[in-house]
Design a protein around this ligand. Structure first.
Ligand code: GLA
Length: 381
């Protein structure tokens, strides 16, 4: 047991916890807005985690406390949980309980103490980290025997149906399944996964994450509208999903679609191609050559999918101008974070160039850090 976490838990809940679980945030290297099109993604887990210290309760109550919250306990009756019934951060852990119960798993109540260093609203999947840490805790506390991908799917179900955000499965799979030192190559249709070694340090490289501090919110309707546009395009083309449109068939397919859907389809098809190209480079040990693929991915998100914003565009532009090998926004977009592939010796220079460019543009100062591929959800105490 981690003493500090146990002490914090006891101070709030008045009893010893049953354990401590952690699940990470993520950045996606490439494969953006492909997951709800049955396509391919390549995220890594961050070293930043959300920790859930927890114990079982036998009275059907869920008592939730967050170190980042307002100092109060959210006290819920499990049998009263329904989609839309819980507002605030508490909807994520409550949604996981709801999804487990809906799937027929015997979960009673629990006390939770949540503490997180995954930046919220930064496009780094703080919600998936909270869901997956909760799911991992309940899996152990109630001996459910669920696998990491099963927990990820339940976490996604919680977010889709209980919280009401129509996200794909990438973030939850990354948070649940990633391993140290690897990127997760995931086929989001079959959920087939491969842990691809990503030793940035050995290649003399770093992955710089630039949080633009522009808060993104996937619940505001823009994400849902993009997803609906992609699904409509697939339907018009007579395909189960856009993943089923081969690159060679893209041009004639675009001619058959209404003007406004064409750039969405072009992005998804070319982005799946960029994931495949990235994997080829990684398998061949050519990490340093990934830069142009990342930057091309950003151009596609900016010009075709239109989910970037002035801050993410400027971060990419300034990073590349200062010598980054390539850069792109990561996550859902409309703000959030940018990843840049940078030679180790140039990290300070690139970070500084982005800061200077932000200041000159009158934007709030960005927060930058280097990320190493880290482990997925696990018990830590
Ligand atoms: C968000 C969603 C993911 C995925 C990305 C875009 O992070 O939660 O499912 O769609 O946006 O790639």
């Amino acid at each position: 047991m981690i003493d500090e976490a146990a002490g914090d838990f006891e101070a709030v809940h008045g009893a010893r916890p049953g354990g401590v679980w952690a699940a990470p945030g993520r950045v996606n290297l490439i494969g953006e807005h492909t997951d709800y099109n049955d396509g391919f993604v390549l995220p890594i887990a961050l070293p930043h985690t959300t920790r859930v210290t927890a114990r079982r309760r036998e009275d059907g109550r869920l008592r939730l406390y967050s170190a980042q919250g307002d100092g109060t306990i959210t006290d819920l009756a499990l049998d009263g949980l329904a989609p839309g019934a819980v507002a605030s951060w508490a909807a994520y852990p409550a949604g996981v309980f709801w999804a487990l119960a809906e799937a027929g798993h015997p979960v009673g109540g629990a006390d939770l103490f949540v503490d997180s260093d995954v930046p919220a609203g930064a496009g780094l999947s703080s919600s998936a980290a909270l869901e997956c840490a909760t799911a991992a805790a309940l899996n152990d506390l109630y001996d459910l025997g669920l696998t990491a991908p099963e927990l990820a799917l339940l976490a996604q179900r919680a977010e889709n149906a209980f919280v009401g955000v129509p996200c794909g499965v990438m973030d939850q799979m990354a948070s649940a399944c990633c391993t140290d030192g690897t990127a997760l190559f995931l086929d989001t249709r079959t959920l087939e996964q491969r842990h691809v070694p990503l030793d940035l340090a050995a290649a003399g490289l770093r992955l710089l994450v630039i949080d633009t501090r522009v808060k993104h919110d996937l619940g505001d309707g823009a994400y849902a509208a993009l997803r609906a546009g992609c699904e409509r395009a697939a339907e018009l083309l007579g395909l189960p999903a856009l993943r089923d449109l081969p690159a060679a068939a893209l041009a004639p397919a675009l001619d058959r679609l209404p003007e406004e859907l064409r750039p969405l389809v072009r992005h998804v098809v070319t982005e799946n191609g960029r994931v495949a190209a990235t994997i080829e480079h990684l398998d061949a040990g050519r990490i340093a050559e990934l830069g142009p693929i990342l930057t091309a991915g950003h151009a596609s998100l900016r010009d075709d999918f239109r989910v970037s914003c002035p801050e993410t565009d400027l971060a990419v532009e300034a990073a590349v101008a200062a010598g980054a090998l390539g850069a792109r926004m990561t996550g859902g977009g409309f703000g959030g974070s940018v990843v840049a592939l940078v030679e180790a010796a140039r990290v300070a220079e690139v970070s500084q160039a982005v800061e200077v460019a932000f200041r000159a543009a009158g934007f709030a100062a960005p927060v930058t850090f280097t990320a190493v591929p880290s482990a997925g959800a696990r018990r830590v105490g």
